[in-house]
Design a protein around this ligand. Sequence first.
Ligand code: FAD
Length: 385
Amino acid sequence: MSVDTHETELMLRTVRSFMEAEIFPHEDLVDRTANVPEELGRQIEARAKEVGLYAANMPERVGGGGLSMKAMSLIEREYGKTSHALHSWIARPTELLLACVGDQIDRYLMPAVRGEKRELFALTEPEAGSDAMGMKSNARRDGADWILNGSKHFISAPRLADFAIVFAVTGMDETKRGPRKRVTAFLVDTGTPGFEIREGNKSASYRGYKTYQLSFTDVRLGPGQILGEEGRGFELAGQWLGMGRVWVGTSCCGKAERIMALATEWAANRRQFGQPIGQFQATGFKLADMAIGLRTADLLVADAVTRAEEGRLTDADVSMVKVYCSEMLNRTADDAVQIFGGMGLMEELPIQRLWRDSRLERIWDGTSEIQRHIITRSILRPFGA
Ligand SMILES: Cc1cc2nc3c(=O)[nH]c(=O)nc-3n(C[C@H](O)[C@H](O)[C@H](O)COP(=O)(O)OP(=O)(O)OC[C@H]3O[C@@H](n4cnc5c(N)ncnc54)[C@H](O)[C@@H]3O)c2cc1C
């Protein structure tokens, strides 16, 4: 992607040297042990604060970096080159927290921006993944309070969080298409009686990035624990999730660039039949296709960022970025393993790790199938189909 201001160029240099010094040296250990030692995570947090990368996505008025979407997309592209297990320690609190009002600002938003508190985004449930509306977690009124019950899984974070943004059903609405669940976002502190949190399944992608299982048994929440408005949880999430999918897209571009560089070097240096394997058309064309895919993906991201800045980014635009970039990355990673031959699968080289890490990108933040469903809906809707 092009860099169009001197400030952005300087910021990118900072990110790149930060990655070289603080992140890349630890990738192998973290993947092998499936763990980021607490002291290493804290060190990344502290150094990220020192160089001004912490909460770069949040507006300056709340103490964040106030970066433009374009600058943010370039940073996320760099972060994409490594594992979430590591770069997620450089906190970028969810922008959902900007919906905090009153006491919530000092209890949740500001500590998250300062790095004193970490949050979880808790939507997915064991029985409700792609079908988020299938959620069973619910909260019922009890006087002015709410009583929360249910469970969540696959809720990810670099470490045990201090609070969770939990989506739960708080009633039913009658709509033209029939009854629809009212979903509300709640701020739930770790340690609240009835809220249990424990480490969950371990992922083969981004080893060391943790997923948690949350369970809620008669958790009593005051009216001040609602984030945004009661019954408007999905609308709140939707305001921010779109850009989240664009960030997935741009991070896929970063990872694809790194993988392609490794594959290119290997194709240029590994010799068989007396010549570099890159000179065999079957290998060289793989590199050509990687380059075409990466260029196209970067352009899609840049287009989405422009649309977002101009306030005309649609759900279908976002889904196109998510599908194209994540699938481009997976083709690139798979072809890179092929170019490396047997060595591509050996733990001594990083290719197998990048290939494993890439796989998740087609699944989280909405699977490729769900993104295609969103695009199809936008194509057919004008025809009433
Ligand atoms: C490492 C990791 C971290 C995560 N972090 C978080 C987090 O922090 N917070 C959070 O809330 N969630 C998180 N998730 C959950 C993630 O968003 C879900 O895994 C994802 O949305 C898919 O849901 P599922 O896994 O239940 O798959 P399912 O919904 O069971 O889907 C299984 C398959 O069926 C297909 N399918 C389902 N419905 C349709 C349909 N209508 N049309 C066509 N195909 C369909 C899917 O595309 C997929 O191929 C995380 C997941 C992982 C693996």
